[in-house]
Every structure is written in C-alpha cells, then in structure tokens.
Design a protein around this ligand. Sequence first.
Ligand code: ASP
Length: 344
Amino acid sequence: MTQRKKIFIIYTGGTIGMIENPELHALEPFDFDHLIDNVPKIKMLDYEISNFQFAKPIDSSAMNPSHWAEIAEVIEQKYDEVDGFVVLHGTDTMAYTASALSFMLENLNKPVIVTGSQLPIGEVRTDGEENLITALQIAAAEDENGEPMVREVAILFENYLWRGNRSTKSSADNFNAFKSNNYPELARIGLDINFKREYLWRGKVEGKLKVKYPMDTNVMFLTLFPGISELVVRHVLSTPGIKGVVLKSFGAGNAPNEAWFLDVVRQAIERGVVVVNITQCTNGCVMPMRYVTGKELSDAGCVSGYDLTSEAAITKLMYLLGQGLSAEEVKRQMATSLCGEMTI
Ligand code: ASP
C-alpha cells in the first residue's frame, strides 16, 4: 500500500481567505479554519494535511522579509516530515515572496507551491477552491521513481504552474493572473496536470536544506524615463546606506548616454553600490554589448541582470547583500543563475 502523502499548508493571508468587513465593506484577511471549511472536497484527496497560519493573516501588500523568514522557518522545521508545501498568499506580492524563497531555500528538493486567488474562497465563483486543490495535487505529485515531480518554488495559478522566480503578477482581475515572460510554464493545467519535464528545475542538490535568512533591505529600484533629471538620479544613488540598485533601463539595457548620467552611476559604483541593469520590457533581456548606450553602462561597472524579472532582481540583491558578501562577489553572483532565475 502506498503511503498517504503529507502536505503542509502555510496560510499567510490574501484574498483567498478574506471576508468582507461589515463596517468598511472592504475585504480583509480571515482565519484558516474559515478557508478550509469552504473546501470540503479536500477530503477526497486523501492526503495527510497539516497547517500553520500567520498569527494575523495579512494582505500581501504588507509582506516584508520578516514574513519571508517566518515562512522559510516553518518550511525548515517541517521539511523532513512532509512531502511538500503549499503556501497560501495574496497575489499582489506573491512573485516577490516566491522569488525570495527560491534564493533563501538552498538545496530545496521538495515542492513549495505558492497560490492564492482573485476571488475569496467563500464566493460562489471563487477561483480559490480550484487553485488550492490543484496546488495540493502538485505538491503531492511524484515521478516514476517516487521522487517529487517539482523540486523548486513555483506559483500555481489557474491554468499554469510557473517557476516562482520567473513569475510576475500580470493582471489585477483575470483568473490567469500570473505570467512568466522569459521562461515556459512548468505545467499546464487542463483536464490533467501536464508537467513539462524539460523545464522543471533539476539543479544539483548538495546536502540538506539550508535556509539563508538574512535579507538586506538597503536596495531600491531606479526606473528610467525620458527626461529623468540629474538631481533625482544623483539623489537616489546617494541615498544613505544604499548598497544595491536595480536599474530598470530601456529595451535591451539602454540608458541616456549623457555624461552626467554615466558619471553619477560610475561614482555610485565606485562607492561600492551594486547597480544591476534589467529591462523595463515585459519580455526579452539586457544585451549590454548591442548598443553603445548599454555598453557604456557596462563599462561604468553596471552588472547585467539579463532576463531577470524585477521581483527576482530585487530579492536576489537583498539575498546576496544579506550574506555579507563583497560588492565584487555580489556582482559575480548577480550575473550567475543560482536557481534557474535567469537565462545567460
Ligand atoms: N490585496 C490582495 C493581496 O495581495 C490581493 C490578492 O490576494 O489577490 O493580499
């Protein structure tokens, strides 16, 4: 007889578990028992399900690195006891959490499936029930050798399973709310769950799960636009304590080629700030040698983030800086794919 699969659910909040506040007539997070009571079908799965919920479930717009640490800590504690994890999370910052966890959970070899919904689980047309059930099935899925099918952090939403650190919230109202513009789906959900084996992460696992907790929040985005002023760029790059900046440049990694711009960027890099160049385009990557403007940025010491999403770029920077590495080492690892987050 095959053993019942053991799945651990971590409930952080988000629309999936929300109900309407009767006074404010707006949605707010509610508790896990309410959520699970709305999905009686779960019993049909015959899994051994246990759970942990945040003391106060949150709207994911309030998510921060201390919450990521809390999720990672639960995963670390339960890791050897269960077959897989489902993290219930609001959609707004889901891609940040999935990206952050992918870096923090070194040697991950089990599924961590992050999901949520656009409509609360208590609503008649909810997408939450289907997402939760499918996430549980994916967390329990194994290959022909009895090994977990998914061995990474992934986002399950409606018809797709995406790599967590490749995902972005792309719609505020569509049931297919997530996209991965630079990497194919890990599974297509239709009548069956159709895993795309060739895209699943199969990186080398060296030893036991090791959680890397520290995340350095002295980072920020600098989004370019035509007309951006010297004063603003200078100000942003001289923010007290700043250690890393994700520069959202144009097209294939281009920026204004005016002398003041390159000077300000170069000076920041000389002061030890790590500047990572990613594109504002939803798809494609930074090609620093394609245009003179991109090459000048690279010559100034800017590191190419290739096809990283914004979410992966900023959380990877927080993670690497959090390890207390030198700026040179952070740059080297920013340009290396650590867990499938970029195509080089
Ligand atoms: N504001 C909600 C959240 O991110 C949206 C959602 O869950 O869909 O928590």
